[in-house]
Design a protein around this ligand. Structure first.
Ligand code: FES
Length: 119
């Protein structure tokens, strides 16, 4: 199936270790729903906005995904911490679990979600 690109935002809106940009992934409850993209280490990282502990959104205020250090993503509900580079939970009640990673690309000053086939 051919990959499809879905515009998320302009590149300048995703600042290194800054606020994440929320967006929606097309698809059913399992594969789609609320999601976010952040920039860390100069690269984009996108995940479903769904904690590995309890399937709720991570950000207590929209876009606030990084902890105070700016090196880990944090779930505001029970404090799970995730490595922004791979979505793995490194501390908290779901340690060893992971966020569901999404594929994104940056082209011509814009950020796109990449999905396979009809999504
Ligand atoms: S719901 Fe995220 S840590 Fe519990």
């Amino acid at each position: 199936m051919a990959a499809q690109k879905h515009l998320i935002c302009r590149s300048v809106e995703v600042v290194e270790a800054g606020d994440g940009v929320r967006f929606n992934v097309p698809g059913d409850d399992l594969h789609g729903g609320a999601a976010f993209v952040v920039r860390y280490g100069g690269r984009l990282h996108a995940y479903l906005n769904r904690c590995a502990h309890v399937p709720v959104e991570l950000d207590w205020m929209p876009g606030k995904f990084f902890d105070l250090t700016g090196h880990l993503l944090v779930c505001a509900v029970h404090g799970a911490h995730y490595d922004p580079r791979n979505g793995r939970c490194v501390m908290g009640p779901c340690k060893g679990g992971a966020l569901r990673a999404l594929s994104v690309v940056e082209e011509h000053g814009a950020v796109y979600l990449v999905t396979e086939g009809g999504g």
